[in-house]
Design a binder for this molecule. Structure first.
Ligand SMILES: Cc1ncc(C[n+]2csc(CCOP(=O)(O)OP(=O)(O)O)c2C)c(N)n1
Length: 632
């Protein structure tokens, strides 16, 4: 019988010795490696916090004590020992466990997370509420050194240090964001870990003491006292202490005994404390320790050699984006590539390697990145941002207030746009169209394939406009790339198929699904549809679109974004505002704002956005005499 067999909930940890906890940690690591090798997931971050999680749950009394996991991608051990062990192999699968904390999944999950840097603010609010209600429980925020670079975390620290509620912050420092962490805070943490000034001064004093011939006992005592004094004065906890949060550490994050002692101590303070816990990403699995970035958000892999099992050999849109930016920089050194802590995911890693002087990783700082781009742009440079759709949400004010109102040219690659597999509701890219299309004076484009992507990015940089280009994570068709860049006429659509019975408007890779569906309708049902590759969702190619709407009367819109306020509703608005009569409109898209955990294929199927779904929905729509989805 393993120790894990006996552990279902945190109180089961109480009777275990330190050795048994260490064995349990090994058992849990094995399970996590197995799970992620099958389902994919955040391997290195989870392996790094197994010991930390056991120590936390041993000392604190969840769910009464609130443990908040920043980002939440590292919560697998927490899930395993809070009643979800039997479901852990379902993680990130449809109808399975979420890969992030979810208050609807378990009472042990204090808040939902997924986007970085929110834990401290939540913890602070919860601590104030606790104190106002005269409750006594502990509130513990676990935040990584990467997430600590996020503005909202720093805003929280600033406030926490002022209002000084009782609050425990566990800083899980592994020197890594997804890639090696960046910036002054990261340097400061390294400085704290190495304790350099203290060590240097200690050496100096010891060598002075060595010069005194016979050191009596009292002298040794004095030396020790001096050392303690120096330690108090010199161990630099300065940034946090200066902000009003007591710094404790560094603490060995793979030494359960040491953590248990320090966590127990931390309960005694009636003001905010930060425990600096040093961990290693990927701890306990060699391939992940050697390559923590690749195993950060890992594809399924072979446990024996750590080799990834790729579902597609085709290059991703992100890769084509990175290559395009590389070519653009080669031609024009004013092009500057920017990422907020995602050089690998966004494909900009090759730019970072080849043109480090034309590349900036700003850390988890999406808002800053857009204003930084604004500063570059207003001064004559050509910033190109790569960002996931879901994280773009952080920077909406910067886009409106800082870029648009000054009409500053910036090109933004919106990666992971549309439905996103595995991560669930927190990581969907379904809102960008609805949000961006309401902003004046910008361009929102979506290429149907990789070749169109490179031309759009090139066109964007050349245009001196604010241009957003959205594309999904999954590879496209693997079309050949033109050798030379071509300019795509801004705001112009492309007619891909002509048919008398109606028109489908689509954009992005779903254009191919629409075209396949139209061909099947032609072959099987003698229904002939025009298919338009919309290309620019904003501004729309109004003349062409109106023309087709008026001529065809039966209009189908397709998008992998939220329907409310999305492309379909923009088309509906045009029909109404232009007072076009007798139009039947079917809008296919995402009807839920909160998306269940599932693969992209499953989600695309659920919302009838693959060729089969489009085929059957459109057939049903066209077969109806009177269409009630939307009729004017
Ligand atoms: C706002 C936001 N930007 C980017 C990300 C993508 N992301 C997920 S985890 C991560 C790194 C987090 O590093 P850290 O907090 O140190 O945790 P670790 O994985 O190292 O344990 C990043 C950039 C995110 N989740 N949220």
């Amino acid at each position: 019988m393993s120790i894990l067999d006996k552990v279902n909930f945190p109180p089961d940890l109480n009777g275990l010795t330190i050795e048994e906890l260490e064995t349990l940690a090994k058992e849990i690591r094995k399970i996590i490696i197995q799970v992620v090798s099958k389902n994919g997931g955040h391997l290195s971050s989870n392996l790094g916090v197994v010991d930390l999680t056991l120590a936390l749950h041993r000392i604190f009394n969840a769910p009464e004590d609130k443990i908040i996991w920043d980002v939440g991608h590292q919560s697998y051990t927490h899930k395993i020992i809070t009643g979800r062990k039997d479901k852990i192999f379902s993680i990130r699968q449809r109808h399975g466990l979420s890969g992030y904390p979810d208050i609807f999944e378990s009472e042990y999950d204090a808040i939902n997370t997924g986007h970085a840097s929110t834990s401290l603010a939540f913890a602070s609010g919860m601590a104030v509420a606790r104190d106002k209600q005269n409750k006594k429980h502990n509130i513990i925020a676990v935040i990584g050194d990467g997430a600590l670079t996020g503005g909202v975390a720093l805003e929280a620290l600033n406030h926490i240090g002022q209002i000084k509620q009782r609050l425990i912050i566990i800083l899980n420092d592994n020197k890594m964001s997804i890639s090696p962490n960046v910036g002054g805070i990261s340097k400061h943490l390294n400085y704290l870990v190495s304790g350099r000034p203290y060590i240097r001064l200690k050496e100096v004093i010891q060598s002075i003491l060595r010069l005194i011939p016979a050191i009596g006992k009292s002298m040794v005592d004095i030396a020790r006292k001096i050392e303690v004094l120096i330690r108090t004065m010199m161990v630099p906890g300065s940034l946090f202490d200066e902000l009003g949060v007591k710094y404790i550490g560094p603490i060995h994050g793979h030494n359960i005994k040491e953590m248990i002692k320090e966590f127990e101590e931390s309960k005694k303070y009636d003001f905010p404390v930060l425990l600096h816990v040093v961990t290693e990403k990927g701890f306990g699995y060699k391939p992940a320790m050697q390559n923590p970035s690749s195993f950060h958000s890992s594809a399924p892999f072979d446990i024996h050699d750590g080799k990834f099992i790729r579902s597609s050999k085709l290059p991703s849109y992100s890769k084509i984006f990175g290559q395009t930016v590389l070519k653009l920089i080669k031609k024009d050194k004013r092009v500057i590539a920017l990422t907020a802590a995602m050089p690998e995911g966004t494909g900009l890693e090759i730019v970072q390697k080849k043109y480090p002087e034309n590349f900036y990783d700003v850390g988890i700082a999406e808002q800053y990145m857009f204003d930084f781009a604004g500063g570059l742009s207003i001064s004559g440079m050509k910033p190109v941002i790569a960002i996931y759709s879901t994280f773009l949400q952080r920077a909406i004010d910067q886009i409106i207030h800082d870029l648009t109102l000054m009409k500053l040219p910036v090109v933004v690659g919106i990666d992971r746009a549309g439905l996103v597999g595995g991560d669930g509701a927190t990581h969907q890219g379904i809102f960008d169209i609805a949000i961006l299309c309401s902003i004046p004076d910008i361009y929102v484009a979506s290429p149907k394939d990789e070749n169109e992507l490179q031309h759009m990015v090139y066109t964007g940089v050349k245009s001196n406009k604010t241009v957003f280009v959205r594309y999904p994570k999954e590879p496209g068709k693997g079309v050949n790339l033109d050798e030379d860049f071509k300019e795509i006429p801004l705001g112009k659509s492309e007619v891909l198929r002509e048919g008398k019975d109606g028109v489908i408007f689509a954009f992005g890779p779903l254009v191919y699904e629409a075209k396949d569906a139209a061909e099947k309708l032609s072959k099987n049902d003698k229904i002939e549809l025009s298919v338009i590759n919309v290309r620019f969702i904003k501004p729309l190619d109004k003349e062409l679109i109106l023309n087709y709407i008026k001529k065809k009367k039966r209009v189908i819109t397709i998008e992998d974004g939220i329907l409310e306020g999305g492309f379909g509703s923009i088309i509906k608005d045009i029909i109404v505002s232009e007072n076009i009569k007798k139009i039947n409109l079917l809008s296919l898209g995402v009807s839920d704002g909160i998306i269940e955990v599932a693969s992209r294929e499953e989600l695309i199927e659920k919302y009838n956005l693959n060729s089969e779904g489009i085929y059957s929905e459109v057939k049903r729509f066209l077969n109806k005499k009177r269409i009630n989805i939307f009729k004017i």
